[in-house]
Write a new protein. Structure first.
Length: 424
């Protein structure tokens, strides 16, 4: 089976060696990874996800995803291997392991956090069942032997002809954190990890009419406003939105992510936190109505068609880059929360969980994950200066939220070998 690219086009054409467009899930287990068991678990998992066993090829002038029956690579170093290359057996997915850590690397064009979580849920089921010689409950986990329905396999966007026309919306420029702060843009892609007790943070959300995504967006907005009280540009956060519900495609594996724009308006800034929380939740509610989400889907489909209309890879890359620059102009930062990981009974064996990807090119992406009773916040930056992380932590302190600053790392993401430029 082979598939022409559509929703995968923009993710493919914006990836680069400097900013590989991929998801890297880093998981630390309770015990050392047992290599033979892990190999078996990966092989079983990949049987269940044949749509990820693909190779990027060119056919009749167009890129396609073709079946790839080579083994998925597991490397013994956390550096990982280059995707879409001989190192990865030309797969867009690979694993690595070392000590008690294992990592999933996958091209963001073929799935998103929701799809990656599903795959890891399956992997953990097989690995932990064999590693710990236990019988885990498989309910709600995709397993070998399941029927893989067309709804799970097919792109729910490419053939939709009934999407609403996206409205033409003009947004003012947003505050650019690097430019406004005058910090050195040293190009050191850096991640700061902050951990918060899940139950305590959820109580705080309940008390202040928030949810994890809206509250992190709000607290970060407040921190930025205090750093730049006289800024004229908007403080605007994009909170990622799962488009599957609006598409009536809950099983789809593709990368189906839109965004709700949360603007920290001037008139809100003197309000109590609870009232601000209500306002942010209201913005999300208004922008996640089905018609609004489908308008966003239609915009994405239009971008895919625009890219397809260009004849050369250079023209397509330029078009995708231009669209990206327009988006960066209207955003201060991006926040992403897939939702509670819910790795079922295997969660008891997990000790740490990180979500890495390339930071937003205009500065900061905050990835939120909820695993085994902890919220992990990964602040992914295109620079190393901690000024914005520190301002966010001050907001946590001011609101009595206990946290652990766990560590700081250079972001290491394996390259994705691009077919039109093998030097990328």
């Amino acid at each position: 089976m082979e598939q022409k690219l559509f929703t995968e086009l923009r993710p493919l054409y914006i990836t680069s060696k400097k900013s590989p467009n991929e998801i890297r899930l880093r998981i630390r287990m309770r015990d050392l990874i047992e290599p033979t068991v892990f190999r078996h678990a990966v092989d079983m998992t990949m049987q269940r996800y044949p749509y990820f066993l693909v190779e990027l090829k060119k056919k009749d002038g167009e890129y396609i995803l073709a079946e790839n029956h080579r083994p998925v690579v597991i490397s013994d170093s956390l550096h990982g291997v280059e995707l879409n290359s001989a190192q990865s057996n030309y797969h867009m997915i690979a694993f690595c392991r070392q000590d008690n850590w294992f990592i999933l690397d996958i091209f963001h064009g073929i799935t998103d956090g929701t799809g990656a979580y599903e795959l890891v849920r399956t992997l953990l089921y097989y690995y932990c069942s064999e590693r710990y010689q236990v019988t885990l409950n498989g309910e709600g986990i995709r397993l070998v032997g399941d029927e893989i329905s067309p709804e799970e396999w097919n792109d729910p966007v490419v053939n939709r002809s009934d999407l609403p026309l996206p409205p033409r919306v003009e947004m003012s420029d947003a505050l650019n954190l690097i430019a406004a702060s005058g910090i050195e843009d040293d190009g050191r892609h850096t991640v700061y990890n902050v951990s918060i007790n899940e139950a305590e943070f959820m109580r705080f959300n309940l008390d202040n009419d928030g949810s994890p995504g809206t509250m992190v967006s709000l607290l970060f907005s407040r921190a930025v406003a205090k750093l730049f009280p006289d800024a004229k540009e908007a403080i605007r956060i994009a909170l990622c939105v799962n488009q599957r519900k609006a598409l009536h495609a809950p099983l789809a594996h593709q990368s189906l992510v839109g965004g709700a724009m949360l603007e920290y308006k001037e008139e809100m800034r003197d309000w109590p936190l609870e009232k601000q929380g209500t306002a942010y939740r209201g913005m999300v509610f208004a922008q996640t109505e089905e018609e609004k989400v489908l308008s966003g889907v239609a915009s994405g489909a239009a971008i895919s068609r625009l890219i397809l209309s260009k004849e050369s890879d250079a023209e397509r890359k330029a078009a995708a880059g231009y669209i990206g620059s327009l988006a960066n102009r209207i955003l201060t930062a991006t926040v992403s929360y897939v939702g509670k990981a819910d790795y079922k009974e295997a969660e008891q064996y997990i000790r740490d969980f990180r979500t890495w990807s390339s930071p937003a090119s205009n500065g900061i992406l905050i990835e939120i994950s909820a695993v085994n009773g902890r919220f992990n916040l990964d602040f992914l930056q295109t620079f190393s200066n901690p000024v914005f992380v520190n301002a966010f932590l001050q907001e946590l302190d001011d609101n009595g939220i206990v946290y652990d600053m766990q560590d700081v790392n250079d972001i290491e993401l394996p390259n994705i070998r691009l077919p039109w430029n093998t030097g990328e």
